[in-house]
Design a protein around this ligand. Sequence first.
Ligand code: 13P
Length: 225
Amino acid sequence: MTDDIPALKQAICDIGRRAWDKGMGAANDGNVTVLLGDGTLLCTPTNTSKGFMTPDMICRIDRTGAPVEESRWKPSSETRMHLCVYEARDDVRAVVHAHPVYATVHAICGKPLTQQIMPESTMFLGEVPLTPYGLPSTDELSDAIRPYLARHDALLLQNHGALTCGHDLQSAWFKMEALDYYAKVVFLASQYGGAHEFDPYEVDRLVALKNQRFPAPGRHPFIDR
Ligand code: 13P
């Protein structure tokens, strides 16, 4: 099936707007890529507010990060990190990087998200690990995340932000929304006496429920051990 490129470019702009509306980044923060059937990628432009993109601003690059279309917009400075995800995972078709406040606070305070406290976060994210710090836009950052990609679709990037991936753009975006919601609830619960956590039996039941009722492509740390 061929890709509807105009629709995908519009969808990237819509997600940039939703991320900006939700405060998932300041100024020019964040980037999105989508892998197309021909092996090229759509990519947000660097150094622009992702809340105010128009489809003509979306770049098209190859698997080395080089532009394949004439454009006055330059691709994101974080394309290496995105390309690393596609190299590690042939099931992934979209990657979202953002700096959502609660997820970023966890990433900056050195706190991975490990508490099992809500059905949705347990079923759809499991745990969210904290990957080591790497200098933005360099191979350091790709090297830092690579070991985690086999088991996780959502990562906290130490002292930086968050990254999610999915079999399509909506699924990568939903994981970013779910990740920040999970981080927010964990943070607020910690101010309010601490969350009640599920016991291992309840976690097992939720994972079984996910497998039965909500099977979805992607990786889950309690299933892909
Ligand atoms: P770009 O504008 O180059 O995509 O960079 C934004 C960002 O969030 C870097 O981590």
